[in-house]
Design a protein around this ligand. Structure first.
Ligand SMILES: N[C@@H](CCC(=O)N[C@@H](CS)C(=O)NCC(=O)O)C(=O)O
Length: 390
């Protein structure tokens, strides 16, 4: 009953699936994405080179971090519910899933690719995970140059430019300190056990920001409790620390949400709300000018190219443009679906909480078409009724 996880140690999206698998003691072997097995066997089944991919003991294939976690959750591996039962916590968990998967791309890429003196020898080794095995030295150097060149370009379309670097560092430091303050008292984002919120955040916080040499040291020095959480998110043992508010596995009280959690949500409002809004607006305009788009047609999503171009928006007062990635709408839709499923009373309570942290517009920023996943890729779904669509 052993699973196979195809990925890379330094990959953000592999990190979230791996974290779930380690924490919930799923038996698995990790195989490098540069292996012949992955290239020869798995890529043709998926139809594109993308990680992470899970192969089940029965031989079926699941691509996508969120879908892998859902698959294993449905198979009964979760030690504790990863989808909180409380409606408020459930929607907050989805918020962190969305922000963690995409809102941290700027610091992740900046701290990986703009500190060559410290990071580059390590990255050369780490990238061997995705290069074909046993390449001669020269070919390996050339392959690394090509792969890292693509990633440096990706950093630019995520908004990492010489003129934004300082702001990226200031904002990330602020985020680290807020997270550190929260994790000093709570072992996980929503309290006593890991939920979707933690699995969303761990991708960038481990693969790039808690593993590459430069940002790792920054985390250890400025935010030791964040570093400890990163360790905790990669181990199967139960963690007990009586200094923390949560000695057991219960989650925080929804009537009395910790101020440190609300502060993290305020950070997300300042840092990410404009961006996701701009992306939804861009996609809606694109869909308007492509009425021929059939339900079920693939978005041709790649991690750094989407065919929908770049969306301009004001990021903390500075205009930047970032690439519109359809997958974000899939995660945003999960949050909005979780909101829609609640009773009127629970929706009102959620609006209250989200209004307190200036995040209430996130319920209304809707893509006019649903985003589905079919055959392991994002496809446009049906037109959706959304009265408050922007
Ligand atoms: N939605 C996906 C995103 C996966 C993704 O973008 N993975 C990156 C690596 S971390 C990738 O494979 N990119 C394709 C490429 O670099 O060509 C998931 O969570 O699985």
């Amino acid at each position: 009953m052993t699973y196979t996880l195809y990925g890379m140690a330094g990959s953000l999206y592999t990190a979230r699936a791996r974290s779930y698998m380690r924490m919930n003691a799923v038996p698995f072997t990790e195989v490098k994405a540069g292996s012949e097995e992955f290239i020869g066997d798995i890529v043709p089944q998926i139809g594109r080179w993308i990680i992470p991919v899970l192969k089940t003991p029965e031989g079926s294939i699941v691509q996508d971090g969120a879908d892998i976690i859902d698959h294993l959750d449905a198979a009964g591996y979760s030690k504790h519910p990863i989808y909180p039962h409380d409606p408020n916590l459930l929607v907050i968990a989805h918020l962190f899933e969305l922000f963690g998967s995409h809102g941290l791309l700027r610091p992740a890429m900046h701290y990986r690719w703009n500190f060559d003196k410290v990071n580059l020898p390590f990255l050369r080794e780490t990238f061997r995970d995705v290069l074909p095995s046993k390449l001669p030295k020269e070919a390996e150097d050339a392959a690394f140059l090509h792969a890292s060149g693509r990633m440096r370009k990706a950093a630019e379309v995520f908004g990492v430019k010489p003129e934004t670097q300082k702001l990226i560092e200031e904002c990330y430091t602020q985020f680290l300190l807020l997270l550190d303050r929260h994790l000093r008292l709570h072992p996980f984002i929503l309290g006593g056990h890991a939920t979707l919120a933690d699995y969303g955040l761990i991708g960038a916080m481990y693969a790039h920001l808690g593993r590459d040499p430069f940002p790792l040291q920054l985390m250890q020095i400025r935010a030791p409790n964040v570093f400890r959480w990163v360790e905790r998110m990669n181990m199967a043992e139960t963690f007990l620390d009586q200094n923390m508010t949560h000695a057991g596995s219960q989650l925080v009280e929804t009537e009395d949400l910790p101020e440190s959690l609300l502060n993290l949500m305020r950070f997300i409002a300042d840092d990410y709300l404009q961006e996701i809004t701009a992306h939804v607006e861009s996609a809606n305009l694109w869909l308007q000018s492509h009425p021929e788009t059939q339900s079920g047609s693939p978005t041709n999503n790649k991690s750094m190219k989407s065919g929908m171009g770049l969306a301009p928006f004001l990021w903390r007062g500075t205009e930047i443009k970032t690439v519109v990635i359809p997958y974000r709408f899939y995660l945003l839709q999960r949050l909005q679906d979780a909101f829609d499923e609640q009773s009127d009373q629970d929706q009102a309570a959620l609006r209250d909480i989200f209004t307190r942290v200036q995040l209430d517009p996130i319920f209304d920023r809707r893509c006019v078409r649903r985003m589905e996943r079919k055959n392991n890729q994002e496809v446009w779904g049906d037109i959706q009724q959304c009265p408050r669509t922007i």
